[in-house]
Design a protein around this ligand. Structure first.
Ligand SMILES: Cc1cc2nc3c(=O)[nH]c(=O)nc-3n(C[C@H](O)[C@H](O)[C@H](O)COP(=O)(O)OP(=O)(O)OC[C@H]3O[C@@H](n4cnc5c(N)ncnc54)[C@H](O)[C@@H]3O)c2cc1C
Length: 174
């Protein structure tokens, strides 16, 4: 990566990922840095879902949409620019990121794109288990729990595919 020119008057800071990590980084940097430094947050979705509240979707019937935070609205007028776009590649020598829609130069880059659910690490977990952590599967988990009548119920965490170990335990007590 190229060295940042010491004489530069302002820096372009790009943060990729619009959830806990990205949002916290953006706010912390905005609060600490003078306004002449530009902070841009790029995320592949226009909103973020507050994942920590997933158990409320399942057990308190809270609609999933209520957990959504509109990123453009959240950052309007804050000095943090939000761009909905997907990171495709990082060009380290050119100090730029390539996104689905274009290219963005940066002086500093924060990658906060989160973790991937590695179902392949536990054979059968995609087909036979339900997740309380995976945003794309939370409604199917809710349905499975509501439809559950009798039988054995196993709850587990770890092996690389949970972002947080507490929720599955909490759900088995509910
Ligand atoms: C039920 C539940 C309860 C939890 N409770 C807690 C708790 O009490 N306390 C706690 O600290 N944590 C808790 N967690 C964990 C917490 O939610 C995660 O640790 C946190 O969401 C991780 O944040 P992140 O920003 O690193 O990644 P993520 O939340 O995974 O966000 C990644 C972001 O990057 C975006 N992105 C991904 N790929 C790209 C790309 N190529 N280009 C652009 N954008 C991209 C995604 O759209 C998303 O906005 C809980 C999690 C769950 C599921």
């Amino acid at each position: 990566m190229k060295m940042v020119g010491i004489m530069k008057r302002f820096f372009d800071i790009i943060i990729v990922g619009g959830s806990f990590g990205g949002i916290k980084s953006a706010w912390d940097l905005r609060n600490k840095l003078p306004r002449r430094h530009r902070i841009t947050l790029i995320s592949d979705k226009p909103e973020t879902i507050i994942r920590a509240s997933f158990p409320r979707v399942v057990f308190e019937d809270v609609p999933l949409e209520e957990l959504a935070l509109d990123l453009a609205r959240n950052f309007r007028g804050t000095g943090i620019e939000f761009i909905p776009d997907r990171l495709v590649r990082i060009d380290q020598t050119g100090n730029q990121i390539i996104t689905a829609e274009g290219k963005h130069k940066f002086d500093f880059l924060v990658i906060a794109t989160g973790a991937r659910h590695a179902y392949e690490l536990i054979p059968g977990s995609r087909e036979y288990a339900r997740s309380i952590c995976d945003p794309s599967r939370i409604l199917e988990t809710k349905k499975a729990i509501l439809d559950f009548r009798e039988g054995d119920f196993y709850s587990g965490v770890g092996a690389g595919y949970t972002p947080c170990d507490g929720p599955p335990w909490k759900c088995s007590w509910a």
